[in-house]
Design a protein around this ligand. Sequence first.
Ligand SMILES: *[C@@H]1O[C@H](CO)[C@@H](O)[C@H](O)[C@H]1NC(C)=O
Ligand SMILES: *[C@@H]1O[C@H](CO)[C@@H](O)[C@H](O)[C@H]1NC(C)=O
Ligand SMILES: *[C@@H]1O[C@H](CO)[C@@H](O)[C@H](O)[C@H]1NC(C)=O
Ligand SMILES: *[C@@H]1O[C@H](CO)[C@@H](O)[C@H](O)[C@H]1NC(C)=O
Ligand SMILES: *[C@@H]1O[C@H](CO)[C@@H](O)[C@H](O)[C@H]1NC(C)=O
Ligand SMILES: *[C@@H]1O[C@H](CO)[C@@H](O)[C@H](O)[C@H]1NC(C)=O
Ligand SMILES: *[C@@H]1O[C@H](CO)[C@@H](O)[C@H](O)[C@H]1NC(C)=O
Ligand SMILES: *[C@@H]1O[C@H](CO)[C@@H](O)[C@H](O)[C@H]1NC(C)=O
Length: 830
Amino acid sequence: MVDINFLVFSFTLLSLSCEQSSFATLIITPAQLLRDDGNTIVSENGKFALGFFSPVDSTNRYIGIWYKRIPIQTVVWVANRNSPLNDSSGVFKIEVDGNLVLLNGGKSIVWSSNSSKSGENLVAELLDSGNLVIKDGNSISYLWQSFDYPSDTLLPGMKLGWDLKKGLNRYLSAWKNYDDPSVGDLTYRLINIHGYPEAALMKGSVEFYRSGPWNGIGFSGIQGSETNSFLQSEFVDNDEEVYYIYQHRDSSLVSVLAVNQTSGNGVVHRVSWVEPNRKWDISKSWPKDLCDTYKMCGAYSSCDIDASPSCNCLKGFKPRSPQAWRVTDNSQGCVHETPLNCTKGDDFLTFTGIKLPDTTNTWVNMSMDFEECRVKCLNNCSCMAYTNMNVTGRGSGCVIWSGDLFDIRQFNGTTQNLYIRKAASEKGGSGGSRSNIVVIVIVTVVTVGMLLLGLGGCFIWHTKRKSKGLKEKIEDRYTKDENQDDELQLPLFDLDAIKTSTNDFSDANKLGEGGFGPVYKGELGDGHEIAVKRLSKKSTQGINEFKNEVILISKLQHRNLVRLLGCCIQGEEKMLIYEYMPNKSLDFFIFDNTRNAILDWQKRFHIIFGIARGLLYLHQDSRLRIIHRDLKASNVLLDSKMDPKISDFGMARIFGGDQIEGNTERVAGTYGYMSPEYAIDGQFSVKSDVFSFGVLVLEIVSGMRNRGFYHPDHQLNLLGHAWRLWIEDKALDWIEKSIGGSCQILEVLRCIHVGLLCVQQRTEDRPIMSSVLLMLSSENAILPHPQRPGFFMERSPFKESQLSSDQLSRTSNDRTDASNEITVTLLEGR
Ligand SMILES: *[C@@H]1O[C@H](CO)[C@@H](O)[C@H](O)[C@H]1NC(C)=O
Ligand SMILES: *[C@@H]1O[C@H](CO)[C@@H](O)[C@H](O)[C@H]1NC(C)=O
Ligand SMILES: *[C@@H]1O[C@H](CO)[C@@H](O)[C@H](O)[C@H]1NC(C)=O
Ligand SMILES: *[C@@H]1O[C@H](CO)[C@@H](O)[C@H](O)[C@H]1NC(C)=O
Ligand SMILES: *[C@@H]1O[C@H](CO)[C@@H](O)[C@H](O)[C@H]1NC(C)=O
Ligand SMILES: *[C@@H]1O[C@H](CO)[C@@H](O)[C@H](O)[C@H]1NC(C)=O
Ligand SMILES: *[C@@H]1O[C@H](CO)[C@@H](O)[C@H](O)[C@H]1NC(C)=O
Ligand SMILES: *[C@@H]1O[C@H](CO)[C@@H](O)[C@H](O)[C@H]1NC(C)=O
């Protein structure tokens, strides 16, 4: 709210000459009233106008104040919000007793300022700040001012907060809808004013976002608010008043803080007028992300949007219920690792870089210094934390929290520490609970000669298994506990058996062509069906490396990943044996005009969810950190129950060349699914997979392919089209017809919303998979506003003549001069 970190172009003054119908006056007097006949009152420098208006798509008449020179009607204040006039009979006047009133045709009062006071020269004047004031002659004090009764907009110079003497609480309340300015249930207001005040976004009486308290420089929960250079913000907190106020450092800038109920679940945002584009730009919007959701994580835990899982106990704390915590139910929160014992004497742990906890149960004393504050907290067993109220200078004031601490999030760069009580025996330390990700780059240099070592049939890694038949081997595989951690027992298949099962790799048995070679269906004598991926013979990878990679992959076990049953290595032949998926792949259904009817909304949602879980496992939950790099509809296979299983995972890892540290010179992937940074710069990360996932979600919902999408009316691709419909509130127009009847509108909208967030241009704007799952599963989660997606325009970033990923992979594997292969593995330290 105090932050606009972007370029605001200066607002150029437009000529006033076109406004001939305006009053030549700034004031209303008892003798001079305002009718609904096109006349307006204009502020001295022509910045604001006051008059009758109708919202877009409405015929109701209201008295309002708007930016006069901005061509888009921007009403910042409305008088008769809840009592519109239905015709142009209205009259706005000041009565001799100093009361400003709006009368309807029948001369009855529909709105009143309730400000009666007699005077000699009573006038109502519209000031250049946008404030409508009633005053007596040239007196400098106002009998009444519209700034005391805000609508949905906080203009520069307006106070958000309390006049304690008058008992006046100034807060923002949203319009019910874009065409209806009546008071909605979304408000933004200062709370906890008798403790450590903060601002909160509320729906009715339910708080769902808080700014964090003002720490003397900025709001503790708004990153960057301490360093904003565009705004001069002030927070006043004394016996008479508690309020927040801002001004622009450069008075030619036009930006306001406003609450908006029709955007997502309701937001408070800063919008700025960008004159060259002649439009309002949302420069900041809160809540910003999932971690801004009020009490997202439980007591004594902090939310870190970059971590997975996002909720983690603070240092020195552990989950109250480890079981619930494991399944990401954080509601019970965390407890001290070592229970407090106040009688024995406690101590404090220092936490830095966090949004201060909910201030409902705070007590403050502005004249206490830091040491007094510590003692105050220590001596009161119900005090759980303390800090300086005001970090300006050397710090001043004391705030202490009693009871559990809630709604903490991790932030970089905020300067205020929090000191949380701990048992005396615990060791000191500082906060932050982020796990470090260790990136290990394995470089394998393989010479052609090493291939020769691989002659002579399959390797026997586990001789004790040698005597078992294929069937037993497969059953072993299936009965293995998914979380089992013991030594790998990957069966080796005999080449002859594979040959027999696939009719000697006959064309009739061919299921398709994957990224690294053809895939055949095989039937073992006992009725078991398998899928055999026959890897390109000329792959230059060494046998040992291949073996190691396969062992790694075989450890990946998850119900949404295709299961690797075994492998076969014989001479130049290398094969991977997978479970057979009778229902082919997702593209077979969603892009087919007849088969798409099989997938109703429930199945589609189930599939989206399953893919998300599989991808989360690859990214975060398996002991390796694996980036798929080629997630697409044809790589999602469906089992007999239509459960989705991601295939081809790790393939890129096995065979990908020329990659180091998340950057590759040879892009292997599929256009239409590739993120901009990957397609253009070869940079991949979990976030490039997230992009592909987003494309896939939008495809599943719409039944249309991103690649090859064509719309007669515009040049946008599927992503651009989806976004456009989203911002026009027409997203539902677009969903696959065959799911229309079966769908749950909110669930579909949430999927589209999540899909759009996943395809954001900037990697940092895309959620990680754990957040995606949270968003998909939680009806109440507050989702950030999607910006324009990456690749929204381009049908394809490359010419159609370029090779698809499959072709790319094949040709590169066919290269015989590649004697050095470099494989990148990103391993996560566990
Ligand atoms: C307009 O409002 C007045 C007073 O509220 C009401 O009597 C009248 O019927 C309304 N007219 C229309 C056309 O709705
Ligand atoms: C004026 O008083 C009436 C009746 O108490 C109230 O409904 C209305 O909201 C007041 N108007 C303003 C601007 O406060
Ligand atoms: C914070 O401290 C500074 C310097 O002592 C003072 O100017 C400012 O008014 C204080 N802010 C609040 C909100 O008390
Ligand atoms: C509120 O948000 C919606 C959706 O983002 C937008 O279309 C509308 O213009 C916003 N209204 C205001 C007053 O900013
Ligand atoms: C707290 O410490 C005192 C003194 O060491 C001990 O007697 C008491 O049992 C402890 N209480 C708890 C709840 O651990
Ligand atoms: C606030 O702290 C000052 C300085 O320690 C003390 O004199 C004063 O009594 C305290 N006020 C309250 C209400 O506790
Ligand atoms: C301890 O703090 C709580 C909450 O601020 C307060 O209600 C209580 O009176 C305090 N106890 C003492 C002994 O100061
Ligand atoms: C915090 O800093 C780290 C390291 O500089 C950075 O990777 C991370 O994105 C930052 N987090 C936020 C929320 O800005």
